[in-house]
Write a protein that binds this ligand. Structure first.
Ligand SMILES: [Zn+2]
Length: 270
């Protein structure tokens, strides 16, 4: 299969190899975003340093996945172990980019809309797990990008993005209301509402409904199992006392709808 008119014809394998490499490089950048953005630090400077000995990391020790394997997960200077999460984020980013490039046609929209969307979702997931926050730079920045680029998406358009964002925003209030009634406390944060609005700008009104459905289901199942395990170990007083970040479940729902929705018969891109 050859890539169509958008760029010069490339053999399919070469295009995919390029997308995977690009995904690894962006994944490496996302590691910096995940580590620095919640602290309000610049994601451009300074260059990456070892968290233990603060030695700057040379470019040849900073090659995605490969350097981690060659250095056996340790800093060259002080031998402190490096979290396996770094290569995992890089590999996840490469896998997501490959999935996006397989689903959507090559072209400028892929570069300015589809790949940034999944990259931002990946960063949001790990920042929410680490800090229980979703930075506005990602959620509101992503919302703006989703709205601005929607006009050029065939069969989607600006209105789908606007309605999607509004419904994502509105549905959140319903969800947080039910959650409040159920648990008697506020469980869904303001970060989640902006994230759902952002997702609406990419997935449209129907898509965002599916996200809510899937993420609530996944969140309840995994959240309750997790709480049950903690309770069995005596680490939690009651099932209801355990709080887990909801952002990652919204991301799972969004990726499912975005990448697999039409395969599995969900009417997504309205
Ligand atoms: Zn070190």
């Amino acid at each position: 299969m050859l890539i169509s008119s958008a760029i010069a014809p490339l053999p399919d394998w070469l295009w995919k190899a390029f997308v995977i490499t690009f995904g690894l490089v962006i994944g490496s950048f996302l590691n910096v975003v995940i580590a620095r953005l919640p602290h309000g630090e610049s994601i451009i400077r300074p260059a990456s340093r070892c968290p233990s000995c603060s030695e700057p990391i040379a470019w040849h020790d900073n090659i995605p996945v490969l350097s981690y394997l060659l250095l056996r997960g340790r800093c060259r200077g002080c031998s402190a172990s490096i979290s396996v999460r770094y290569p995992v984020v890089e590999l996840l980013c490469a896998a997501l980019f490959l999935a996006v490039a397989t689903k959507f046609p090559p072209g400028w929209l892929l570069v300015v809309r589809d790949l940034p969307f999944v990259a931002m979702l990946l960063a949001i997931t790990f920042i929410d797990i680490d800090h229980r926050i979703i930075p506005d730079e990602l959620s509101l920045g992503g919302l703006a990008l989703g709205l601005v680029t929607a006009y050029w998406v065939p069969g989607f358009g600006l209105w789908s993005a606007i309605f999607g964002a509004l419904i994502g925003y509105g549905v959140f209030f319903l969800m947080s209301w039910f959650y409040y009634r159920w648990k008697g406390k506020i469980g869904l944060g303001g970060g989640d509402v902006k994230l759902l609005a952002m997702m609406g700008a990419y997935l449209g009104p129907t898509g965002v409904f599916h996200v809510v459905l899937i993420s609530s289901l996944a969140g309840s199942l995994i959240g309750l199992s997790y709480a049950f395990i903690l309770q069995r170990r005596g680490q939690a007083d009651s099932l209801m006392a355990v709080a887990i970040p909801f952002g990652p479940f919204l991301v799972i729902g969004a990726l499912y709808v975005y990448l697999l929705g039409d395969v599995l018969g969900l009417p997504v891109q309205l």
